[in-house]
Design a protein around this ligand. Structure first.
Ligand code: FAD
Ligand code: DLZ
Ligand code: SF4
Length: 511
């Protein structure tokens, strides 16, 4: 009788809890599944990244002498279902118990809870120790608080791990947060150093032809394919980021530039989320760069905050509020999702640019996700489920635990303020300040109601006016409503009529 250790596609870490006491008599099961590859229509680059990383991880385990049962997508016996494949291997291998690390998504958590009852073989579900805050710890932190603000969670995490903390217990540099230094507009001609491209071995080449054959109808370009698919390669990318890009990460964190998908961002989210890199080591390496005088504090603090703060915080929010979280829709947003999120066929240059980055790289950086595609979805009241489905499908780093709080909570304020203290709503002026997109747009970011006015401007005010009942008590928005109330009734009417026209144009495919 043997243990069956089931490893999922985002559990590719040798320190995984379900591999901790693995022996050479155990069976390690990994399967490429149609079920997982199509529960949303994932970007082909994301599928290729995961399959290739899974195959490489399986090879590494085999090279250490472990018995790995790896089921490829084109195995003629592959049923495409996690449950059926697990049952098949249980039957074939005289399994006494299934050992698995808790899944990152609620959907599979439910599946495993059913397995406890009806699999017929005991299942041992272990905590995912790769995260820096356990679900219980987060709930304890949240317990007595009225507002769950990331900033306070982050400070506690800094203290817990001692990142950027001096011997007297004070934060390095005397402040917890250096974001004031991090909001620079893009200087003219800003571009970023060339990114690393990894050689494709036979495993990746096989996966690319498989994905081309089976998933080319999904949104997104499979090639060129530059992703790291092993921990070794991901570490090389991380080292490159720390050396060449981290020093400027803070300065240009919120900047958007035509044709520059990555700028000074790290591009490591897919590797962290699949387990090729671990959050603790990434924060340690970043702090070392600061201590060695290789990167400034504003950059390193900002970068560590994303991983130690935001990443752990969104996971905490997800597990604390699921499954109810997925059903929230604070503004009752139901507007059908427009086609240009798939085609980039819109006169709004900023949206077209963000969609093109997404299509070509399965990536766009945070500000594009939040302040361009997310902001537009918020202002126009796009259907929250359709918006979330898009974000879950199109990014190579997307898993529901991290996508949902970011999309529903942060971008759409669909949770009514569990995550954010106010909606991240912005007019075209913000996009104009932080990017060079507007220079190439047929709309004018300085106009609100003229025929060529930037759609974001009237939509912004219309959103505020439309949702006044839900937002006017929010003291962080009092300046917005006092400005709105100073507009003459004629001006208010003209703005709202213009916004109605914009939404009509969107429905008619004319925006
Ligand atoms: P960097 O800017 O270099 O940041 C470093 C790391 O910090 C990232 O790799 C990531 O692990 C972490 N991080 C930064 N911000 C966040 C955040 N808000 N939440 C969680 N982790 C964060 N991130 C995902 O990993 N998966 C998603 O599906 C996802 N969906 C998003 C949807 C929306 C609407 C928004 C606004 C943000 C979303 N994010 C998501 C967060 C963020 O945009 C990405 O983590 C980031 O763009 C990844 O690129 P990077 O590795 O270059 O990040
Ligand atoms: C995202 C993904 C894809 C595309 N394919 C697979 C797969 O074939 N097999 C697998 O084990 N995992 C895959 N994954 C990652 C899973 O969706 C991820 O592990 C779960 O969402 C975690 O709850
Ligand atoms: Fe986007 Fe408006 Fe600027 Fe055009 S003018 S790029 S629509 S913000």
């Amino acid at each position: 009788m043997t243990n069956l250790r089931l490893i999922l596609g985002d559990q590719l870490s040798s320190s995984l809890s379900s591999l901790k006491d693995v022996t050479k008599d155990d069976v390690i099961l990994m399967c490429e599944l149609m079920e997982e590859a199509t529960y949303v229509r994932h970007h082909p680059k994301k599928i290729a990244f995961i399959f290739s990383a899974m195959r490489h991880f399986a090879e590494e385990l085999k090279a250490k002498g472990y018995w790995v049962r790896y089921i490829t997508l084109d195995d003629p016996h592959n049923t495409g279902s996690l449950e059926k494949e697990t049952r098949r291997v249980i039957r074939e291998s005289r399994v006494k118990q299934v050992i698995v690390t808790e899944p990152s998504e609620y959907r599979l958590h439910k599946t495993f809870e059913f397995w406890r009852i009806d699999l017929g073989t005991p299942i041992n579900i272990l905590p995912d120790t790769r995260f820096l805050c356990t679900q219980e710890e987060f709930k304890r932190w949240a317990g007595h608080r009225r507002h769950l603000r990331m900033e306070y969670f982050y400070r506690d995490m800094r203290k817990k791990y001692g990142f950027l903390i001096e011997q007297d217990g004070e934060p390095t540099g005397g402040r917890w947060n250096f974001d004031k230094e991090n909001r620079k507009s893009p200087p003219r001609g800003l571009s970023s150093p060339k990114r690393i491209s990894h050689l494709k071995d036979h495993i990746t080449r096989d996966v690319l032809s498989l994905v081309k054959k089976r998933f080319s109808h999904h949104f997104g370009n499979l090639e060129p394919f530059h992703y790291a698919v092993t921990r070794q390669q991901a570490l090389i990318e991380l080292a490159h980021f720390i050396r060449e890009l981290l020093p400027y990460f803070g300065d240009y964190q919120d900047v958007m530039v035509v044709g520059e998908a990555y700028l000074y961002h790290s591009m490591i989210s897919s590797y962290l989320n699949a387990g090729l890199l671990l959050p603790l080591e990434v924060c340690q390496i970043a702090e070392q760069a600061y201590r060695a005088g290789k990167a400034p504090l504003n950059a390193v603090e900002g970068f560590i905050r994303q991983i130690l703060g935001w990443r752990e915080y969104v996971r905490g929010i997800y597990w604390m509020h699921m499954p109810q979280y997925g059903e929230m829709n604070h503004f009752n947003a139901k507007e059908p999702f427009p086609d240009f999120y798939w085609t980039a066929n819109t006169k709004m240059f900023c949206i077209a640019e963000a969609v093109k980055h997404t299509r070509d790289h399965a990536y766009s950086h945070h500000i594009q996700r939040l302040m361009v595609t997310g902001n537009f979805a918020l202002l126009t009241g796009l259907d929250v489920k359709q918006v979330q489905e898009w974000y879950l499908a199109v990014y190579s780093d997307a898993y529901e635990w991290v996508e949902m709080p970011n999309t529903l909570g942060m971008a759409l304020f669909g949770d009514g303020g569990i995550m954010g203290s106010k909606p991240y709503a912005a007019s075209g002026k913000y996009i104009d300040k932080m990017s060079n997109f507007c220079e190439q747009c047929s709309y004018d970011p300085d106009k609100t109601t003229t025929i060529n006015a930037c759609p974001f401007n009237s939509l912004y005010w219309d959103f505020m006016a439309r949702n006044q009942d839900k937002l006017k008590q929010n003291h962080r928005l009092s300046y917005v409503y006092s400005s709105w109330n100073r507009f003459s009734p004629q001006k208010q009417k003209a703005i709202r009529e213009h916004a109605t026209e914009i939404i009509k144009d969107m429905r008619d495919g004319k925006l």
